[in-house]
Design a protein around this ligand. Structure first.
Ligand SMILES: [Ca+2]
Ligand SMILES: [Ca+2]
Ligand SMILES: [Ca+2]
Length: 332
């Protein structure tokens, strides 16, 4: 009896610590561990938008909780545009610039232009802390480049999230190939060690789907106070299956999908039960045949036209649909 209890305790401990470890290992991976997205993607500025990138740059923000007072690193996986992972057009001639920003002007709550949503906006606001251009670099092919170390106080403080905010911009400065890459926020330069309570977000999500008809990608927009409806827009989905919106309240509503080099949009009502939580936008690939190398862009706006944030670690966790059960009294 006692032995059984001991074994059970060890088992519980093992399961618990494994779960804890896995969160720590993948906590600040961008794309996040729940998203099932292989890569972010940015094409060189001479690329064709029909390849699935509408404007040849991406803007991501990292949040470092104010209690964290050690240095950290921002790592970019496969920052080159050649060899493995990337999408060739003719020959490799694309140069991509990654830049890190901190200080005043970064926080998108205080500076709308920092989000980089409208053409002509100065999304390179803040102090540039680091920058590097990558081309056909074998050294960084299928490998990490490490930016940093940075001090948390170099960020732009946001009171709402009680965090210092940093920005990383990826820009396709020349060429026409697609650069596929990932980010990792780490407390260590060599190993990927997540920082507890840190997160990452963007307002316009440009990503690559797996080349697998069975895979489902997820992105998790956060529904803030005051939101009653959202307008979803998706670009260049290549008519690749369905896009579903799932939440604690919605079992799954399908939204209009884009095809080739076009946008599809629709309005989605938001219920009070969905406020303060994340939605789960699910991307289900076409089953009949494989749509290869599908890059897609997704943007959401609330009823006032403000863009919603997609968090790499969904706020409040992955939403699970909870059917409303009506309990009737048993009558004898
Ligand atoms: Ca090329
Ligand atoms: Ca590569
Ligand atoms: Ca596409």
């Amino acid at each position: 009896m006692k032995l059984h209890t001991a074994i059970l305790n060890i088992l519980i401990f093992t399961v618990f610590s494994t779960a804890l470890l896995s969160t720590e290992t993948f906590g600040q991976a961008v794309p996040g561990k729940d998203e099932n997205i292989p890569f972010l993607v940015t094409f060189g500025k001479n690329g064709a938008t029909s390849w699935g990138d509408d404007h040849f740059y991406t803007v991501f923000f990292f949040t470092i909780p104010k209690d964290y007072n050690r240095q950290f690193y921002i790592k970019v996986f496969d920052p080159d545009c050649s060899g493995e992972n990337d999408e060739i057009q003719g020959f490799w001639d694309t140069r991509t610039m990654f830049s890190i920003y901190g200080g005043k002007g970064v926080d998108p709550d205080k500076n709308e232009q920092s989000k980089g949503l409208k053409s002509g906006d100065n999304y390179k606001s803040g102090n540039q802390l680091a920058s590097k251009v990558f081309g056909n670099d074998e050294k960084y092919d299928n490998n990490y480049y490490v930016f940093g170390p940075f001090n948390p106080s170099e960020g732009d403080y946001n009171e709402k999230w009680k965090s210092y905010i940093f920005k990383i911009i990826c820009e396709g400065i020349s060429g026409d190939d697609g650069n596929l890459y990932r980010y990792f926020l780490s407390s260590d330069a060599k190993n990927n060690l997540a920082i507890e309570g840190a997160n990452a977000f963007t307002y316009e999500y440009t990503f690559r789907m797996w080349n697998d008809t069975k895979s489902v990608a997820h992105i998790y927009p956060y529904v803030d106070t005051g939101i009653v409806s959202i307008k979803q827009r998706n670009f260049d989905w290549d008519d690749d299956g369905t896009i579903l919106v799932v939440s604690t309240y919605k079992q799954g509503i399908s939204v209009p999908i884009s095809n080739e080099d076009d946008w599809a949009e629709s309005k989605i009502p938001i219920e009070p039960q969905e406020v303060g939580k994340s939605l789960d936008f699910q991307f289900h690939k076409k089953q009949e045949f494989l749509v290869k190398n599908n890059n897609v862009v997704v943007l959401l706006q609330n009823q006032r036209g403000d863009a919603l944030q997609f968090f790499s670690s969904p706020i409040g966790g992955v939403p699970v649909y909870q059917p409303v059960v009506t309990i009737r009294k048993k009558t004898k």
